[in-house]
Ligand binder design. Structure first.
Ligand code: SAH
Length: 473
């Protein structure tokens, strides 16, 4: 357990227990997402989610820093000395020899979508409206319709002159996403949408609704894509195996949210009318490899209307493989969104294979960056750890994971989210056995690590973590 008092941590939402067999010990009742002031989703398709990590009280950080006595420099110095005995490695390399995918940081240059209202700054929006010969205040009206009322049909802009509506819509609101199809699971509570972008690229988003439980109110999470494809080449992830097609624009990212908002508002989604409470960047792509568009999208999502969608930053989680300089940059942005780090192995030898970016930034560096993010933003970081049978689920790795995290101090800066591996086409791996998973959890809990096991949504429609491959077939 962390040293945070139980009351602050809140109780564990019911769905967290879903993957557990009756009779096995439940994961520690320490889910930080479930705090009284957060409506997070710990579950999800991409499950997500730590959609809103609670703030860590300042006093605790200072106290912890003193207790930890492990400033970043010293953490770096102990790199490579995480474990004494060699850890078991898979008998065969994870990627077939000669078939390893390259890491791709720079997205291929593709024709950008036509500039959209969402991609403009508030000043640029005013300028654009004036350039078309309209009065300044029209910009405010348009922002109100687009972001607040979610009225995207120009016919509904009745406070604008009829002839101006079509003209403004055509010039400033080009279609960014076209729905290709949609699949539902979990009795309609999970909806995966396949979108076509202007250049034919395909991306997906997944909407997940959670009914109210004794511990949490009803809420809706949207898992969004930030790139068409992904260049990070993780061998267990369907998106990673398809390579990177291109970065998405801020407009394309935000439109996924606005569309979900419209559908929830209209009552088109089972569960009655509602709104998007949480957004997780756990769909296709590596959000921090498309840094500019992602941060711009987050600013628009969190700016109050008429400039933006007016969501709380607490409801937004960015998940990353661990692009260290970008994590550091994000910590300085001053937008307190939550960070999830896809760690998946506590040792460099295995992580080099599971998350190839590790060949660039090592476990200690990336965990330092996550620690620093928590310290700077006061947001608890979610450490994602997929459970892959006989690959990364050994008891020794649970012990090492606890050491790697706790040596930075035990002030509630992290919690661990275990994700049972979702099957992907052609993959030889499967999720860990329940008993092995239970032992992994037991060891973490025994070492005071707050841990939850993700209830994976949408796996039957290939809408779960790592299954998004966006094909129209
Ligand atoms: N590129 C980002 C965000 C997209 S993936 C990242 O890697 O964090 C969102 C989460 O799903 C990550 O933790 C990722 O490692 C995990 N994931 C990928 N493939 C998976 C699979 N087959 N089963 C379970 N989780 C998977």
């Amino acid at each position: 357990m962390t040293s945070l008092p139980e009351a602050q941590l809140g109780e564990v939402p019911e769905e967290l227990h879903a993957p557990w067999q009756p009779g096995t010990p439940a994961p520690a009742g320490t889910d930080p997402d479930a705090g009284p002031d957060s409506q997070a989703d710990t579950d999800a398709h991409a499950g997500a989610v730590q959609a809103s990590a609670p703030r860590i009280p300042d006093a605790r950080i200072t106290e912890a820093q003193a207790a930890a006595k492990l400033p970043l420099e010293r953490n770096r110095a102990v790199r490579g000395r995480n474990h004494a005995a060699p850890l078991p490695m898979p008998a065969q390399p994870l990627a077939e020899p000669g078939k390893e995918l390259p890491l791709v940081f720079k997205a291929p240059r593709r024709q950008k979508p036509a500039p959209h209202w969402i991609d403009l700054t508030p000043e640029e929006r005013i300028a654009a409206v004036e350039k078309l010969g309209h009065k300044k205040f029209r910009a405010r009206q348009l922002g109100h319709h687009w972001f607040e009322r979610l009225a995207h049909d120009p016919q509904e802009w009745t406070d604008l002159p009829a002839d101006a509506r079509e003209e403004l819509a055509r010039a400033l609101f080009p279609t960014l996403l076209t729905r290709v199809n949609e699949q539902r699971a979990d009795k309609g509570a999970t909806i995966k949408t396949l979108w076509r972008l202007h250049d034919g690229s395909l991306v997906e988003s997944v909407l997940m609704r959670y009914a109210a439980t004794a511990h949490s109110s009803a809420r809706t999470t949207l898992c969004v894509s930030s790139q068409a494809g992904c260049g990070m080449a993780c061998p267990f992830c369907a998106t990673g195996q398809g390579g990177l097609q291109r970065n998405m624009s801020a407009g394309e990212i935000v439109m996924q949210v606005l569309d979900a908002g419209r559908r929830l508002q209209s009552g088109d989604v089972p569960g009655g009318t509602g709104r998007v409470n949480n957004i997780v960047f756990m769909g296709m792509g590596e959000p921090l490899a498309n840094y500019k568009a992602v941060t711009s999208a987050v600013r628009t999502l969190t700016s109050p209307a008429p400039d933006g969608f007016g969501m709380s930053a607490r409801g937004i989680t960015v998940s990353t493989v661990g692009l260290v300089p970008r994590i550091e940059q994000l910590a300085e942005e001053g937008i307190p969104i939550s960070l999830a780090l896809s760690l998946h192995a506590p040792d460099d030898e295995l992580r080099d294979e599971l998350v190839p970016i590790n060949t660039r930034w090592k476990v200690d560096e990336v965990v330092d960056a996550a620690w620093h993010y928590a310290q700077k933003t006061r947001r608890r970081v979610s450490i994602e750890y997929i459970m892959i049978r006989d690959i990364n689920d050994q008891p020794e790795r649970a012990d090492l994971l606890a050491r790697v995290l706790k040596k930075r101090g035990d002030w509630g800066w992290f919690h661990v989210n275990l994700i049972p591996l979702n099957p992907t086409p052609g993959s030889i791996w499967t999720a860990s056995d329940r008993a092995v998973e239970a032992e992994f959890v037991r060891r973490l809990v025994a070492r005071g690590v707050p841990v939850t096991v993700r209830d994976t949504r949408g796996s039957d429609i290939d809408g779960a973590c790592g299954q998004l491959a966006a094909s129209a077939d």
